[in-house]
Design a protein around this ligand. Sequence first.
Ligand SMILES: NC(=O)C1=CN([C@@H]2O[C@H](COP(=O)(O)OP(=O)(O)OC[C@H]3O[C@@H](n4cnc5c(N)ncnc54)[C@H](OP(=O)(O)O)[C@@H]3O)[C@@H](O)[C@H]2O)C=CC1
Ligand SMILES: CC(C)(CO)C(=O)C(=O)O
Length: 325
Amino acid sequence: MARVVVYGVGAIGGVVAAALSTSGSDVAGIARGAQLQAIRDGGLRLLSPDTDTTAHFACVGAPSEIDWREDDLILLCMKSQDTLGALEQLRAAGVENQHIFCLQNGVTNERFALRRFPNVHGATVMLPGTFLKPGEVVSHSSPRYGMLDIGQFPRSHNAADETLAKAMEAANIAVFVQEDVMASKYGKLLMNLGNITQAALGSGVGQGELPALLRAEGEAVLDAAGIAWSDVGKDDPRRKKFMQIKDVDGVPRAGGSTAQSLLRGAASLETEYLNGEIVLLGRLHGVPTPVNAAMLRVATRLVREAAKPGQTTLADLMAEITPAS
Ligand SMILES: NC(=O)C1=CN([C@@H]2O[C@H](COP(=O)(O)OP(=O)(O)OC[C@H]3O[C@@H](n4cnc5c(N)ncnc54)[C@H](OP(=O)(O)O)[C@@H]3O)[C@@H](O)[C@H]2O)C=CC1
Ligand SMILES: CC(C)(CO)C(=O)C(=O)O
């Protein structure tokens, strides 16, 4: 069985690494900071509505510390703004033909990777992961930890997808190998346009007409660009079977991945690759995107002011929207 190298052991990478490791896969993690230290000291605790387990797997601080094998499967699990740096480190460490899977939101990571490596796969991540405390990750999903659509980039699928799917299935993560994984990832992108508004306003706070405005711009640019997308949202029947959101004792869901970045005081947000993708496509195809452009400015401000979720009001967000995009 191929080794799985999880690059970026945060919410998603952490749940995946711990689940794979406890189900018997050979796993190596690449982490940094307090998370690396905590995993080395005591393993990684994985909590879910149904489980509480601690996984012990090899974890290093950089790709150069790994003795690479030809059949390693590499999972990119960092935020999109960290992908380029990570790819450079992989290249410097001698990675060449290994299969690289982008378990990331947004649609840019695959292109970044394919510029440098020949075997790239997309993965749509439907997994409510939380990472707020070094040494501990949480999935609020039951009965599976989450679901993935995977496939080769730009399309098709091959034996590497099947190998990863088998390992993930054994690790209680549902996997669907797709012919056109990017259609699923564009559908997920439309959902992620609300990451920044939730991060600003706080989880569970009313967002008025903002979600509909953001999504309408998103759908309009995808339409103008001729990009196909499939709906992986709340009505996706797979969610009911595999991914019901439930409570985890003592760990409230802290909001989505962008909100968690703010809570952890991160120096950057992924917004440029989410709402920013829509703004870019709008500019390329002549579709105004003033609402998504406004949320990009909001993201910059939240980082500059080290704001926490809930410190911004809906009126603040609406005031940011100007007719020009
Ligand atoms: N969390 C969720 O529920 C979901 C997230 N996603 C997507 O999954 C992807 C990962 O998100 P998420 O897991 O939340 O992100 P996190 O920020 O929780 O985890 C990413 C981890 O990667 C680390 N990292 C980044 N660059 C490097 C590097 N060069 N070397 C070592 N470690 C590195 C980060 O360290 P540091 O903290 O120091 O930056 C962090 O620990 C994103 O694209 C996100 O949008 C998709 C669906 C749901
Ligand atoms: C859809 C959502 C918000 C689910 O967690 C997500 O993809 C994220 O957190 O980035």
